[in-house]
Structure formats: structure tokens, C-alpha cells
Design a protein around this ligand. Structure first.
Ligand SMILES: Nc1ncnc2c1ncn2[C@@H]1O[C@H](COP(=O)(O)OP(=O)(O)OP(=O)(O)O)[C@@H](O)[C@H]1O
Ligand SMILES: [Mg+2]
Length: 337
């Protein structure tokens, strides 16, 4: 999957008075010029503070939202242009799995019925083969065969999550997009569901986008990690590189702020200072400069583009961009936020 220049804004309701005065129409800049590629068969983790646009990105990828600008290509096909049957086919191949499958499970349908329905609506199996496939799916997600006859409310949170995954797998997807899949579960149950996802990813050669707050889960599960800040991808690299030698000052601060990560591998960067600026009013130049301990003059003037690093991965930060104007970054004056 290739994401290029993806931008999404949400208009903010303005009062009549404001409009009568001719005030500017304001918009939440949820995604700005996002670039990202996801390789077949990999798990890509997406991390960043609350409100940085992770869910908006996930939703744009499955066309729950239409982006304002930019392109999403899947296997060479332009996703943003899909309509009708082609869009339905895409949504079968690339599926979002939700945090709370309970809200989307019919409370009066047994798990077996839910799965059989998925199989028949999408004509995945002829009726004669459905029963066997339901049993197969339950085994795949580690639920007992007897689960088929029970109703969703009879299951715990972690088990419901497994039902949600089984329903997604019924359609034989190539790619799963999991947005805060396990955030609402207890830590011990989280690990079980994440391990299930890991196992399924390997066995079925799935491509997985794993959106999460919890850096430990992302580290455990992902081959590569993309770090987002205020609607942009600021760093993307192999998991070992992001966690072992993070480049972007934001990534460094995010890791330093995560209490549970291995202290031996922690960087010396100070934890995040200040608050996340409003997405209604994103700072000029580099959006992170107002909180960045290493910001210098260029950061306020010019927005850093995502650039490849010699050691692999990409980063959007002037500390690593070729200097256009004489002096080296360290020699320039610090910017006062
Ligand atoms: N439907 C919407 N209408 C208006 N604003 C929205 C909508 N969805 C998201 N936003 C805004 O877009 C920005 C990005 O939100 P998004 O939900 O994508 O962030 P997130 O990274 O998923 O956050 P979290 O970690 O809390 O889930 C936020 O400022 C949010 O308020
Ligand atoms: Mg979200």
C-alpha cells in the first residue's frame, strides 16, 4: 500500500455571528501530506500522541473517510477512486478491525450465525461447506467449537475480540487494519490477543497495520514503525531502529516518556515538554518545533520533508536534512517557541 500526500481536514462549526463577520472558515488539520508505504506481509505499527491523526489515517485507508487530497494505492490500484463493486471487493481484501466488536455484533445472532452470514454475504463458501469453515475459523482464533452456538454477550472482552478477528478472517483478507484493537482490554488479555494477531500474521501472510498508544505492544508486534505528530509522519523505520536509535526528537521524547520500556535502551532525551498544539492552529515550519529541545531558526521557516536516512528509514527533521544556508544546524540560534 502506498500513501502519497494524504490530507484530511474536518471543518469546524462556526457560529452565525462569526460567519456574518466574515471570519475565516476554520478546519481541524487531521492529516497533512502523509507519505507512507506498507509492504506485503509486514506489520507496520503506527504510534503518536492522542489526536495526531492515527485513526483518521486508518479510516482514510479503508475509505470510511474520503481524503481531501492525496492518493492511496493498493497493489497499484488507486483506492480513492474505487466505487461500487470494486470498493466492496477492496473492503473485503483490506479490512479494519475495531476496538469494540461487540457494538457491531448483532446481540441476537450466535457466533456461528455471525460467521455464516459473513461467508454467505460475500459468497466465500457454498452453504454445504460453511459449517466446516466456521469450525476452522474458531480454531484459528483459539475459541472452542462450542462457541458457535453462543451469543456475543456470553463472551469476555478478549474472546469478543477473537470473534471480531474470526469474522474478519472469514472474508480471507490480505490486509488488516487494527485501530487500538486491544487498548480497552486488561494487560494480560492484551498480550494474548496481540500474540494471536502475530501468529495469524505469520501463518496467513497477512499485512497488518497496527495503530496503538502502547509502545510496548507496537515494539513486540511490528516489523516497522511509523511515528506521527500532528497529522504527519515524522519518522518511519525498522522497529529495532526506532526503538534502539530513534532519530526524530519527537520519537526520542515519546520513548523517554514511556515508563515501561527497557531502561537500558532508553535515550537520554528529555520527556515531552509542553502541550500538543491545537490541530486548528498548527505551528509553521516543523510542527514539533514548539516542543523540540533542539529547534533552531530553520525549523520555524521551513517544513522538513520526510527524507531517507543512510542507515535506512526516513525522518522529517532539519537536524538530518542537507543544510541549504551556510551554517550547520548546531551553530544556529535557538528558536523561542
Ligand atoms: N469526525 C471528525 N470530525 C471532526 N474532527 C475530527 C473527526 N475525527 C477526528 N477529528 C480530529 O482530527 C484530529 C485527529 O484525530 P484522530 O482521531 O485521527 O487522532 P488519533 O491519533 O487517532 O487519536 P487517539 O490516539 O486519541 O485515538 C483530532 O484533532 C480530532 O479531534
Ligand atoms: Mg484514534
Amino acid at each position: 500500500m502506498q500513501v502519497r500526500g494524504l490530507t484530511k481536514t474536518f471543518p469546524v462549526a462556526t457560529s452565525l455571528l462569526e460567519r456574518w463577520r466574515g471570519g475565516p472558515r476554520r478546519a481541524v488539520q487531521a492529516l497533512t501530506d502523509v507519505h507512507l508505504s506498507v509492504r506485503r506481509g509486514e506489520t507496520l505499527g503506527i504510534v503518536g500522541e492522542s489526536g495526531c491523526g492515527k485513526s483518521t489515517l486508518a479510516r482514510c485507508l479503508v475509505r470510511l473517510y474520503d481524503p481531501d487530497e492525496g492518493s492511496v494505492r493498493y497493489g497499484g490500484e488507486e483506492v480513492t477512486a474505487l466505487r461500487g463493486a470494486a470498493l466492496r471487493a477492496y473492503n473485503r481484501r483490506v479490512q479494519m478491525i475495531f476496538q469494540d466488536p461487540y457494538s457491531s455484533l448483532n446481540p441476537r445472532m450466535s457466533v456461528g450465525q455471525v460467521l455464516r452470514e459473513a461467508l454467505s454475504v460475500h459468497r466465500m463458501r457454498p452453504p454445504a461447506e460453511q459449517e466446516a469453515r466456521v469450525q476452522e475459523l474458531l480454531t484459528l482464533v483459539g475459541l472452542p467449537q462450542s462457541a458457535a452456538g453462543r451469543l456475543p454477550h456470553e463472551f469476555s472482552g478478549g474472546q469478543r475480540q477473537r470473534i471480531g478477528i474470526a469474522r474478519a478472517l472469514a472474508l480471507e483478507p490480505e490486509c488488516l487494519i487494527a485501530d487500538e484493537l486491544v487498548s480497552a482490554l486488561d494487560v494480560s488479555v492484551q498480550a494474548q490477543v496481540v500474540n494471536l494477531l502475530l501468529e495469524l500474521q505469520e501463518r496467513l501472510d497477512l499485512t497488518v497495520l497496527f495503530v496503538a498508544h502502547d509502545l510496548r505492544l507496537v515494539q513486540h508486534l511490528s516489523h516497522r514503525v511509523a511515528v506521527m505528530y500532528l497529522g504527519r509522519v515524522v519518522e518511519v523505520a525498522d522497529t529495532a531502529q526506532v526503538f534502539g536509535a530513534p532519530r526524530h526528537p519527537y520519537t526520542q521524547a515519546l520513548l523517554a516518556a514511556a515508563p515501561s520500556l527497557d531502561p537500558a535502551r532508553r535515550t537520554a532525551a528529555p520527556a515531552l515538554q509542553g502541550e500538543l498544539p491545537s490541530p486548528l492552529n498548527i505551528p509553521s515550519g516543523c510542527a514539533f518545533r514548539t516542543r523540540c529541545p533542539q529547534a533552531f531558526a530553520r525549523c520555524a521557516e521551513e517544513r522538513p520533508a520526510l527524507q531517507p536516512l543512510p542507515e535506512g528509514g526516513e525522518v522529517a527533521c532539519h537536524l538530518y536534512s542537507p543544510v541549504t544556508s551556510g551554517a550547520a544546524p548546531g551553530q544556529l540560534d535557538k528558536v523561542t517557541p
